[in-house]
Design a protein around this ligand. Structure first.
Ligand code: FMN
Length: 175
């Protein structure tokens, strides 16, 4: 994989996250890692001119959240559509119950202060800047609560500074 400047990336962030999905992964080489599929998140700019950021949302029940909370960094991996079945599995079974990574055959690469997958097409290495649970009082549209949080298990929002971008091929690069 090759490191690129985030300014040279070209893709639709809405479809990239919402339709292609991504893997949120955290951990370290000593105690291991966990990963899960995510389709909620944002890419943009916050708190500085040269500070690309990624925002992700993790429910309290996710095993991956324990790893993200423990570590200073997490990674976001975009996979080829041929991995859709594995991503469905990684997004429906918990790493508490099965060795998900071994079962999918993905290869964790411990590098850059975090962990990502050798098979990823695009990797964003993120350093955590901010984490906070969504607050019930903050919802201006109450319908969202009933639709998504009948058990009031609000997501925690994490803002990560994108420290490094790795790409496998030219697909995501401007020409
Ligand atoms: C397409 C898809 C998108 C998902 N997006 C999110 C998300 O953005 N945030 C979240 O907390 N869970 C999301 N999930 C659910 C987790 O991936 C799922 O609960 C997973 O089994 C958690 O695994 P873990 O317990 O090993 O962390 C998504 C699942 C799928 C299939």
């Amino acid at each position: 994989m090759k490191e690129v400047n985030y300014k040279h990336l070209r893709f639709n962030p809405f479809t990239l996250i919402g339709d292609e999905w991504m893997l949120v992964t955290a951990g370290n080489a000593v105690s291991g890692c966990n990963t899960m599929t995510a389709s909620w998140g944002h890419l943009g700019s916050l708190w500085g001119h040269d500070d690309p950021t990624a925002v992700i949302y993790l429910r309290p029940s996710r095993y991956t959240k324990e790893f993200v909370d423990r570590e200073g960094r997490f990674s976001l991996c975009v996979m080829d559509p041929s991995f859709k079945e594995q991503m469905g599995y990684l997004g429906s079974v918990s790493g508490r119950d099965e060795d998900k990574i071994a079962r999918t055959g993905l290869t964790p690469v411990y590098a850059d202060g975090t962990v990502y997958f050798a098979q990823a097409k695009l990797v964003l290495v993120c350093r955590k800047l901010y984490a906070a649970e969504l607050q019930e009082d903050g919802f201006l549209c109450r319908d969202i609560i009933e639709a998504n949080y009948p058990r009031r298990d609000f997501h925690t929002m994490y803002v990560g500074k994108i420290e490094k971008v790795l790409v496998r091929d030219e697909e995501y690069l401007m020409h």
